[in-house]
Design a protein around this ligand. Structure first.
Ligand SMILES: *Cc1c(COP(=O)(O)O)cnc(C)c1O
Length: 337
């Protein structure tokens, strides 16, 4: 299974570290927790979108794109990393930001990722909550008549090309685990636009590694999220040259118990997970994604009985949390802390 036949730009600091989280593990007292540090991918402060952008930006360059467009919520980490990648290749970048939380807080609207989007020279347009962002992006591309070849990156960089970045992460993680003699019983991470989980699931399936991947939803209910992840995992497997339709639905685990009020609103469990991880490991999580992901991991380990695959969180097991990044949004959430 080679990825080398896909165009790729080596944007990230890879491989990212796979390290133990001994104090979190001891505090929970059951499965051991490991951190895969995809918050440290290098570009623009790091995060999971950098892996996707390695393949997406390479595709854009292969198509002679002369402008990059993408979209996300106001505090999108994806927009930040895309703006940085575009800057690196001297391509103009337009980011469309949806006001998904309808926050009027100045920090939410202008600090954190928005400040960084500006620093990377992105052109920002703002859109009301619930706007059809894919349609808005297509319309924006049409209107930018000064460019010959716009390249549109979907929200979160989540299409089959972007998901190749997490196929690569699956290969990388299994290789590291093999080197360290670490038997991984479950992988856990925050899932939003689905590309991270889809790529991991497709990559693990492609190499016949039977490690379950549990996505902690930050937005949608479980059934909807699981279906979207499965569809993208199958498309990604097909892009790899496999028969994606054969990828079993059981490979996708989703838990949506940690969403709280909704996308972009940290729940009490989110804030607790952020504080605990900071105090126990000196590691920064974020209020939109990785804080919810860690709250889910901590909740699953604490309960460690009942429910789908709960035995993987018991004593003697090893759980890898993919730290997908996002701490650059913390200043935008100042009032919560
Ligand atoms: C985008 C993002 C996620 C979710 O990844 P998807 O591929 O969109 O599901 C998780 N954590 C952080 C910090 C993100 O920015």
């Amino acid at each position: 299974m080679d990825l080398a036949r896909f165009p790729r730009e080596f944007l990230g600091h890879l491989p990212t570290a796979l390290e133990a989280a001994p104090r979190i593990s001891d505090a929970l007292g059951k499965a051991r927790v490991w951190l895969k540090r995809d918050d440290c991918t290098g570009l623009a402060g790091g995060g999971n979108k950098t892996r996707k952008l390695e393949f997406l930006m390479a595709d854009a360059l292969a198509q002679d794109a002369d402008v990059i467009l993408t979209q996300g919520a106001v505090q999108s980490n994806h927009a930040r990393q895309t703006a940085a990648a575009a800057a690196k290749y001297n391509l103009p970048c337009h980011v469309l930001l949806e006001d998904r939380t309808e926050s009027t807080d100045d920090n939410h609207l202008h600090n954190g990722n928005v400040l960084l989007d500006n620093l990377f020279g992105a052109q920002i347009t703002r859109h009301a909550k619930g706007a059809d962002m894919a349609a808005a992006m297509a319309a924006a591309a049409e209107s930018l008549t000064q460019y010959k070849k716009p390249y549109l990156i979907p929200g979160g960089g989540s299409n089959a090309i972007g998901a190749l970045g997490y196929v690569n992460a699956a290969f990388e993680l299994v290789y590291q685990a093999n080197q360290q003699g670490l038997k991984i019983d479950c992988i856990v991470h925050a899932t939003g636009s689905c590309g991270t989980q889809a790529g991991l699931v497709a990559g693990l399936w492609a190499m016949n590694a039977n490690i379950p991947v549990l996505g902690i939803s930050v937005r949608h209910p479980r059934a909807k999220q699981a279906e979207s992840v499965l569809q993208l995992a199958r498309a990604t497997a097909s892009l790899l040259g496999l028969n994606g339709d054969e990828l079993p639905a059981e490979r996708v685990w989703v838990n949506s118990d940690y969403v709280g009020e909704g996308y972009g609103f940290p729940a009490d469990s989110t804030l607790a997970a952020i504080r605990q991880t900071a105090m126990l490991e000196g590691v920064l999580l974020d209020p939109v994604y990785s804080g919810k992901g860690m709250a889910g991991l901590m909740g699953c380990i604490s309960q460690a009985a009942g429910g789908e695959g709960a035995d993987v969180f018991c004593k003697g097991k090893n759980v890898v949390f993919i730290h997908t990044g996002g701490a650059q949004a913390l200043p935008a959430y100042k009032d919560y802390f």
